[in-house]
Design a protein around this ligand. Structure first.
Ligand SMILES: Nc1ncnc2c1ncn2[C@@H]1O[C@H](COP(=O)(O)OP(=O)(O)OP(=O)(O)O)[C@@H](O)[C@H]1O
Ligand SMILES: [Mg+2]
Length: 203
């Protein structure tokens, strides 16, 4: 919420619809959510590469990367996690306005925070993807050694260990990363985008 009454929106002379027309695809947020190690970053990187090769204009926002800069003043308390997601939601909205397919990879453990981002965007501009994977498998993958640190007490409030994760109630796409390969996951998402007219014609 703005703290100033003295600001006025100034319209651009180029619209989102015109940008989408030029790009030959719609712009949308593809929002990955899931436990640490469930595969959000891995699949989002592969998805972006595949879309790029199909001339799609994309940008990827990833948890650790955003925390290096824009959100480097935020920690992992529930309030900071909420603010982290709120800012990313606002940045995603700008990127959708810029005509990009915006791919985000954040644990984003709270349903309410994800719903706020959904509500910030136009209808059909938010695709929630749940990378479903058991805690046991995520912990055995432990690609960044974080579960080990959480178990040793070196990290407090780690999602799945001593902080909650709320699985999406109604995601557009579920990917079971214990069963699917990275390649089939990417194909599943691209099939969804094509079936729902995000790519190519019918803009
Ligand atoms: N089917 C699969 N899909 C995605 N990742 C897989 C799959 N099978 C194995 N993996 C492995 O699981 C790990 C997933 O790690 P990744 O960093 O993508 O998770 P993340 O969800 O982004 O976690 P974090 O929230 O900590 O950033 C990688 O080491 C990846 O190679
Ligand atoms: Mg990641």
């Amino acid at each position: 919420m703005s703290t100033s009454n003295h600001i006025t929106w100034h319209e651009s002379a180029v619209t989102k619809a015109e940008r989408q027309q030029r790009n030959q695809h719609r712009s949308v947020v593809i929002w990955f959510t899931g436990l640490s190690g469930s595969g959000k970053s891995t699949i989002s990187v592969a998805l972006e590469k595949a879309l790029y090769q199909q001339q799609v204009h994309t940008y990827r926002l990833d948890g650790d990367n955003v925390r290096h800069g824009l959100n480097n003043n935020l920690g992992f308390s529930p309030e900071d996690r909420k603010e982290n997601i709120r800012r990313i939601g606002e940045v995603s909205k700008l990127m959708v306005d810029a005509g990009l397919i915006t791919i985000t990879a954040f644990i984003s453990p709270y349903q309410a925070d994800r719903d706020e981002v959904r509500n910030l965007l136009d209808d059909q501009a938010f695709i929630e993807i749940y990378t479903s994977c058991s805690l046991a498998t995520c912990e055995s993958r432990d690609p960044k050694g974080l579960y080990q640190k959480a178990r040793n007490g070196e990290i407090k409030g780690f999602t799945g260990i001593n902080a909650p994760y709320e699985a999406p109630k109604n995601p557009e796409i579920i990917i079971d990363t214990e069963q699917e390969t990275i390649e089939t996951a990417v194909n599943q998402i691209i099939d969804y985008l094509k079936a729902h007219d995000y790519l190519g014609v019918n803009l």
